[in-house]
Design a protein around this ligand. Structure first.
Ligand SMILES: NC(=O)c1ccc[n+]([C@@H]2O[C@H](COP(=O)([O-])OP(=O)(O)OC[C@H]3O[C@@H](n4cnc5c(N)ncnc54)[C@H](O)[C@@H]3O)[C@@H](O)[C@H]2O)c1
Length: 458
């Protein structure tokens, strides 16, 4: 099929490249010309494993290209997928980019003779597709949804860091259609996929995405609330408590005598809190949407509150070890919101950094992408280091905020020996088994004592 994807960010570009790999002819559109230039040079504007190789392959095949020419891309398409950003502003979903894209697409549809299907892939609150999107498209095109053009909502569940793999091997495809012809067009688009499909209304499709993210955020905040108890009650350790919880057969089924550890258990883990471009803003948007509809949603309010408290907790642990933080050299390990991505949006590391800078600490950050972040995306007072020795040398404390696997493989005995005071704060409980010098003051999440001084998980 001929497909145009409007918005070439994490979701749009991955969607376009993967659909081209499936055999479709794809145009990826963006308003940022430099982004499109990079895409056409086969250099994705962000890090995503497997994307450069697949982008090169589909570009060379002639089935994929980027463009800023929306009008031409829409005219030539059978399916137009919208994947622009839907951030929150003041807790409410901000639809400015979406409305702009819909308006432009609608005006182009007015001049198209063939019937196209417009698909909302951006995450939007229930009712956005069948009210706001429909009315903008209808007004701008002078055509009716369902007759003059098709309309569907197809939420995306990919995760940054494994986006290509997730898109190509989805757990399910959710298709909320305004009209039957759009449902058929979406089935044709995903003809090569054998996973379960949920055909439903646009509103159910919209809410399914929020429900998924709200659950994941809830699991993380639940784990962090258990950690908060452990941090206050001597003799408890969240790691042991969660391990015992995970072994419940309803969470870890035993199949043919083998304990299966489902991926969802990785969300039942204490740490520095969740960030990224989805969980915090989607839960906030759902809360606001609930309030507009007279539903208070106190559980989700608490999920965000517990999450926001985690970086503050790390700062408090640092103060306990170092006293006042002014002029203390502190190195943050990891800047992105999770390993495997260069996405800094809502990163707990940046939230912690803001607190520490406020207290006039001298900050270093070690991150695999330290050199790549654009000016303005990271506070210039944070000195970035690619070589960990630069950050450890003379440091008063090290805080692991993002658990990149390579951090765990470092020679910690050598690195900690470079520090002025050997305080290692493990915000992800990732370094518990790592060898460090005997005088290391190792502190981790979810226990009042150092686990090196208490019993370990057996
Ligand atoms: N990032 C994720 O992991 C993820 C996962 C699932 C769903 N989502 C949802 O997908 C949507 C996109 O997220 P993202 O992370 O890809 O955003 P992003 O910010 O990475 O990309 C959005 C892109 O849209 C472009 N854009 C804005 N207005 C445009 C217009 N009128 N025409 C063409 N391009 C335009 C921007 O320049 C930008 O390149 C959001 O609604 C998000 O909630 C994101």
């Amino acid at each position: 099929m001929k497909v145009t994807v409007v918005g070439s960010g994490y979701v749009g570009l991955v969607t376009g490249v993967c659909l081209a790999a499936d055999g479709h002819e794809v145009r990826s559109v963006d308003v940022q010309a430099d982004r499109i230039d990079a895409i056409n040079r086969c250099a994705p504007p962000f890090y995503e494993p497997g994307l450069p190789e697949l982008l090169r392959s589909v570009t060379q095949s002639g089935r994929f290209s980027g463009t800023t020419d929306l009008a031409r891309a829409v005219r030539e398409a059978e399916v137009v997928i919208i994947a622009v950003g839907t951030p929150t502003r003041g807790g409410r979903i901000d639809l400015t980019a979406l409305e702009g894209a819909l308006q432009s697409i609608g005006q182009i549809l007015a001049c198209c003779e063939d019937r196209k299907t417009v698909v909302m892939k951006s995450t939007v609150v229930p009712g956005t597709t069948d009210t706001l999107a429909r009315s903008i498209l209808e007004c701008a095109s002078g055509k009716n949804a369902g007759q003059g053009f098709g309309l569907a909502m197809n939420p995306e569940f990919l995760r940054e860091g494994s986006a290509v793999q997730d898109f190509r091997n989805p757990d399910r495809i959710v298709i909320g259609s305004w009209d039957d012809a759009s449902a058929r067009a979406m089935d044709a688009l995903y003809a090569g996929y054998s996973c379960p499909r949920v055909h439903t209304t646009p509103r159910n499709a919209e809410l399914a995405k929020y429900a998924a993210n709200a659950l994941l955020g809830t699991l993380i905040s639940f784990s962090n609330e258990v950690a908060a108890i452990c941090e206050s009650v001597p003799g408890t350790d969240v790691q042991t408590v969660m391990e015992a919880l995970h072994l419940d057969r309803r969470l870890s089924p035993v199949l043919e005598g083998v304990v299966v550890r489902p991926q969802v258990l990785t969300y039942l883990a204490a740490g520095a809190g969740f960030g990224g471009s989805c969980l915090p803003k989607d839960i906030a948007a759902l809360l606001h949407f609930g309030a507009e509809n007279g539903v208070a949603m106190p559980l989700l309010r608490s999920v965000l509150d517990v999450n926001l408290a985690r970086p503050a907790k790390l700062a408090e642990m640092l103060r306990r070890e170092l006293g006042a933080l002014n002029d203390k050299k502190i190195a943050l390990l990891g800047l992105a919101f999770k390993p495997g991505t260069d996405d800094l949006r809502e990163s707990p590391a940046l939230r912690l950094a803001a607190v520490l800078l406020q207290e006039r600490a001298e900050l270093f950050a070690v991150d695999p992408f330290a050199a790549n972040y654009t000016p303005g995306s990271v506070d210039p007072r944070i000195r970035r280091a690619v070589d960990p020795r630069e950050a450890f040398r003379g440091a008063d404390a090290i805080v692991l905020v993002t658990a990149w696997p390579q951090f765990i493989e470092w020679n910690w005995e050598t690195l900690v020996a470079l520090m002025r005071t050997p305080v290692v704060l493990d915000g992800r409980n990732a370094l518990r088994g790592v060898r460090m010098p005997a005088d290391t003051r190792y502190r981790c999440i979810g226990t009042a004592e150092s686990p090196r001084e208490t019993a370990s998980v057996g």
